[in-house]
Design a protein around this ligand. Sequence first.
Ligand code: PLP
Length: 401
Amino acid sequence: ALRWWNHVFPAPKDPISGVTEAFLADTCPRKINLGVGAYRDDEGKPVVLQCVREAEAKISGCNFLESVFSKVSSKLVEESVKLVYGKDSEVVKEGSYAGIQAISGTGACRLFAEFQRRFYPGSQIYFPDPTWSNHHNIWRDAQVPRRNFHYYDWNAKGLNFSALIDDIKNAPDGSFFLLHPCAHNPTGVDPTEKQWREISYWFKVKNHFPFFDTAYQGFASGDLDQDAQSIRIFLEDGHWIGCAQSFSKNMGLYGHRVGCLSILCADTEKAAAVKSQLEKIARAMYGSPPVHGILLVSSILGDPNIKRLWEKEVKVMVDRIQRMRATLIESLTKLSSSHDWEHIKDQVGMFCYSGLTPEQVNRLRAEFSIYMTRDGRMSMAGVTTGNVSYLANALHEVTKA
Ligand code: PLP
């Protein structure tokens, strides 16, 4: 008989799920997983937010009839766009956006990539260097050519702003750019307000299209509006914007895969046309997303009391992460670590881009059972009061001259 699939070999491991697998197989009691960017409490446990529990209680008994779907789905989109563009913004009031619920941030990016190729065939996308590794997979699978633009300065360990602006100026007019509006993954380095204004200015001059991927709204400053400031600057400047939103991190709903894709349009008529095309793409890929998570998110965003509770809980998560960042730096200072850790003080969001070499990352894993991606990105959500000094000691050991 024909040996079907004989020519298929294992795909390379995903850098993040590979770390989790290795972590789970490790039997060392002191092991620490700093790979995955999902929130953990001070005991290292995953958290179900109280706002999610309240939303769950509210929707219990919903029988998930087909008729529920379109209503819930529009509610999710309506509430999601308010979060990014602002509830009082013209676009939201006029409804001049095409919005569709998506399978979390990944799915929103994938839908947009497909839409980009269909309606701007031959166009390319510019990614910050570095970016979330899956951006490359997503646009590659959608057959959109990828380019990098300068973002992180590995020597100065901050934003390479002048090179970034040069790349914006040098890209062909009307290029697509992917931007992280806050809490850049993996570097934790965001442009300042003034820099965002300048970026927006040059985008305008060059007629570039800004596609914002917002997977960590709330995680940079603890405030949802503040973290949408970059997007609002572009909005004020009259850009056409695309935006992928994820609720995996800021609502701790990783497993529910809830997200939204929105694209600003000239008017409601164009918005309806764009939306219908997005729905057509989704229909052939996966039909429609599961409704339970969408119900949860729309119930949280649509109920002022539950939403306030959510905002408070975001702040609690961010405060814990910031406390751990400060404690880690303090512990390293106490150890008189000669390595330069200054830069990690200013980083924001869930990650600490440590600057460790792949060899140092390997040593942390082999000698200390501390797991992170090879680029030295540590998820601060995995750091706790109980393990921070063990981590600091290990970092000190592997960075000693
Ligand atoms: N975008 C960025 C920058 C991310 O870091 C992530 C997750 O790590 C995502 C999008 C997508 O996450 P999800 O599909 O779980 O919402």
